[in-house]
Design a binder for this molecule. Sequence first.
Ligand code: FES
Length: 134
Amino acid sequence: MSVATLAVRLARFDDLDDPGSRGFDPAGQGRDTLLLVRRGHEVFAYLDACPHYGGTPMAWRKDAYLNGDGTRIVCHAHGAQFDIATGECLVGPCLGQRLTRFDTAVTEDGDVCVFMPPDSAPTCNEAGGEKVRQ
Ligand code: FES
């Protein structure tokens, strides 16, 4: 069974640091609930929710989701480290568990789209972005 998704434009690819990460609040919850990580020509999207402890937000300050050399996503609560491409926990208290990943695409005009379940997708105004497909 396939799950319906909405594609939501969240950022300009060229505005993301490489490597770099940025948090977003696509559902208008008042805090970042989704993160993008750019690595070279790729971009990955995950829920900002650590599998170790009840979906804990992972950044220690705004947009700070990576380790010092930008090679892994880090949960700063207890130091879990996650593979950027798969979201799998490689070091820390949730070994073998994974972050919740969303598919991404970069449009021809350079926008990063994240394919999200409709119940977590925003309206256009809430996201500051634009729905591009249903
Ligand atoms: S809550 Fe993320 S490592 Fe513990």
